[in-house]
Design a protein around this ligand. Sequence first.
Ligand code: BES
Ligand code: ZN
Ligand code: ZN
Length: 503
Amino acid sequence: MRGPMEHQVAIIGTIADTLILPLFEGTNKPPNRALVGLSRNAQSQVKGAFASEDFDGKAGKTLSLWDSECKVILLGMGKSDGLKENNARDAGAKIVAGLGKTHGKNLAVRFTSGWKSNQMIAFAEGMMLRDYKFDKYMSKDEDDDDDDTPYNVTFQASARHQEQLTAGCNRAAAITTGVHIARDLGNEPANVLYPMEYASRAQAFAKGKGNLSVTVLDWDDLQENKMGGLINVGKGSEHKPCMVIWELNAKAKDGPCPIIIGKGITFDTGGISLKPGAGMDEMKFDMHGSATVFGLMVALHGVNHKGHMMGISCMAENTPSSTAYRPGDVIDTYSGKTVEVLNTDAEGRLVLADGLWKAGEFNPEYIIDLATLTGACVIALGHEASGLWSNDDELLERIRKVASDSGELAWPMPLLPAFEKQVTGSKIADVKNLGERYGGSNSAAAFLKQFVPEQGEGDDKKQYPWAHIDIAGTGWGTSTNATVAHGATGVHVRTLVRLINDE
Ligand code: BES
Ligand code: ZN
Ligand code: ZN
């Protein structure tokens, strides 16, 4: 597999195998510093492109020019004033998507007039994010189009941008590492990545890092703790379930802390309520919530986050067998509430029920769970936005905002009493794991709400601020997501870094 992109920040000067010139609309000649270091031939080609109006800087337009020393890609960015970070990020990602063997591995990106530091950083981040491949299981031969050498990119800008650009690119690189790890986990097939393998990888990552600890509740611990959600969903598989608890900066503990929970179904066959065969392979991504938690821990550690925060990954494999749970079973959960299982394919909410209740033991400031929870959410929002539910308007708005700023939309969805009624209407247990046919992502959220822990006493008792993010449609590659070719997206690692680290 190719290593991560290497990068430097420098003032405008040297050229490379390929020079990328992202340029704004509205001039008929190249900006002053754009052509520094280029050969006469390359300079006259660029000037000619401007003069002939073959290149006009309109957003998305590209022109590639060939020179024996340095290829040049002119990239139109549209108007400089209106360039949003999200668009700059996508433009950077698209440039990387279009690179081939002939462009070489040494790249220079030159930001000239009109560019602001935050836009440059977003462009660089887009390049880093898109530079990802999951090809570890592919045999390589000598004629392969690509080799394993990572790109080496120099981001060039004027002296006054150096400090901010350097810090921003380093931060983007650290966060990208987390996003790529989340993608690796999502893409990893289920014969390789099963619950305890996730736990070992978490422990391996935490090893030697003084401010990060990982605690694993294994099969025996789950029994001791009566975590019936995890136990029942996972008991049909030879690969037993577990809960992985992450803690960053325990020493900085001074009051409540954010807790992020991930659904980690390493494979979802549906269990006894077996899924249809077509497309079932995709259900290896059913642990993307937990992949995002892992990537988030890596990213927060990488950006040197100082605050106390925790993660909880609820890991199980949902598969039919003679020891599997079945429709009609009534199970206990960690909360003490009983659940009538009406469909074993609605398993995510059961493992999350235990994770949510566990979070109540750690003095949460707020609790956010991420889950590839329902096909109904994909029907509602397609692959364009995650569904977002919350019992706290302020928390919902904060998440909506940082998700939008990150280019990872999270769309508010209704947490209505009517949906709660659907899941609390069991004749023989406290809750049932299935609502009515329509609005299935809302009844799933309403189910989770039954397991959100409370704070305070007596009349003051109320649930901790909690949000649920359904990533069933956004967890894997979509043609409209420029930052990823295909497969797992690593969605919401960046959103949550903004939420937790930027405030
Ligand atoms: N993992 C699936 C949800 C899913 C579906 C994720 C498609 C990504 C793409 C989940 O466990 C599930 O099977 N949900 C059922 C719930 C139903 C039985 C109430 C669903 O969505 O059909
Ligand atoms: Zn399922
Ligand atoms: Zn599932």
